[in-house]
Design a protein around this ligand. Structure first.
Ligand SMILES: NC(=O)c1ccc[n+]([C@@H]2O[C@H](COP(=O)([O-])OP(=O)(O)OC[C@H]3O[C@@H](n4cnc5c(N)ncnc54)[C@H](O)[C@@H]3O)[C@@H](O)[C@H]2O)c1
Length: 281
């Protein structure tokens, strides 16, 4: 299968003005794609658009200040992109909100929960619903990448709203991928990007965190191999560690252990010992 960046195609990247989305946008531009940069942050949008224009020329960049939580705005954008350039060959639904978990977590203000779901879950659904009909109509090969999180898989305590939203992105994207593969002659695939610890936003680089470019190289390689789950390692977490954490989490159900037993006083020791052993499936 071809990678995610096809010369001459159109890439639509939400949350494209910073971090992982920005690295994807730059990679798309360097691969000869036209780029539709979607972001809510006007300042970062302008800065990243300038960087892209320097590579592919301003005529090949659409910098769109759009809130992915608003379906009408996403739908309007899809219509404008279609009229100007046609349907995307890469749609990356990557924007996310990170409202702090706060002291309460579960009892975070309802507004926090609403906002995280509106952006992190419905933002992804909105992107697909706005652009997918045009992608079907074009009948060309295309790739959809939704950005999830390990927090949506292993559910570490601390920010339940974020974890729950990313668990929904995981469930949604699996359904999307199955739907696409069952459609006769459909050449569109969907993938779940699961970044590890990555230096993004305004954070300073940390030796254990990956840089966004590394995530995008890893993503492109995985898509070339037609992999659905793009589980990125980072400088402190090799794949084997992620596999064991995910396995332990799934085994909570099968072994009828308490919820999130990894952090339960009666199971912590067993988890620590499990992590020391090789994983046997
Ligand atoms: N950085 C990490 O360690 C890490 C780990 C796992 C998952 N992720 C995921 O990676 C994705 C990218 O995050 P990042 O780390 O690059 O963060 P980032 O803050 O650098 O970039 C996120 C971008 O999304 C934009 N955005 C936020 N809300 C928006 C909205 N409603 N509409 C449009 N744009 C919006 C922001 O303005 C920002 O430019 C997110 O889905 C995040 O959950 C990141």
């Amino acid at each position: 299968m071809a990678g995610s960046f096809s010369s001459g195609g159109v890439a639509v990247i939400t949350g494209g003005a910073s971090g992982i989305g920005r690295a994807a946008a730059l990679r798309a531009a360097r691969s000869g794609m036209k780029v539709v940069l979607v972001d809510a942050n006007a300042h970062k949008l302008a800065a990243t658009a300038a960087g892209l224009s320097a590579i592919i020329g301003a005529d090949n960049v659409m910098a769109e200040r759009v809130d992915v939580a608003e379906f009408s705005a996403m739908s309007d954008l899809a219509a404008r992109v279609s009229a100007r350039w046609g349907s995307p060959m890469l749609l990356m639904n990557n924007a996310a909100a990170f409202v702090s978990g706060g002291a309460g977590g579960i009892l975070d203000p309802n507004d926090n929960w609403q906002r995280l779901f509106a952006v992190n879950v419905m933002g992804v659904v909105n992107g697909v619903q706005a652009f997918l009909p045009g992608m079907f109509e074009a009948g060309r090969p295309a790739v959809i990448v939704n950005t999830g999180s390990k927090q949506g898989l292993t559910n570490p305590p601390g920010n339940p709203a974020y974890n729950t939203s990313k668990a929904a992105v995981n469930a949604y994207t699996q359904n999307l991928a199955r739907d696409l593969r069952e459609r006769p002659d459909c050449q569109i695939s969907a993938h779940l990007l699961i970044p590890g610890w990555t230096t993004t936003g305004d954070a300073q680089p940390h030796p254990s965190a990956w840089m966004p470019d590394q995530v995008i190289v890893f993503m492109d390689d995985a898509i070339s191999r037609d992999e659905f789950f793009i589980l990125c390692p980072d400088g402190e977490t090799p794949r084997e560690t992620d596999e064991k954490r995910i396995y332990w989490n799934a085994m909570d159900i099968i072994a009828n252990r308490p919820a999130l037993s990894r952090w339960h006083k009666d199971h912590k020791q067993a988890f620590a010992e499990f992590m020391q052993r090789p994983l046997k499936l």
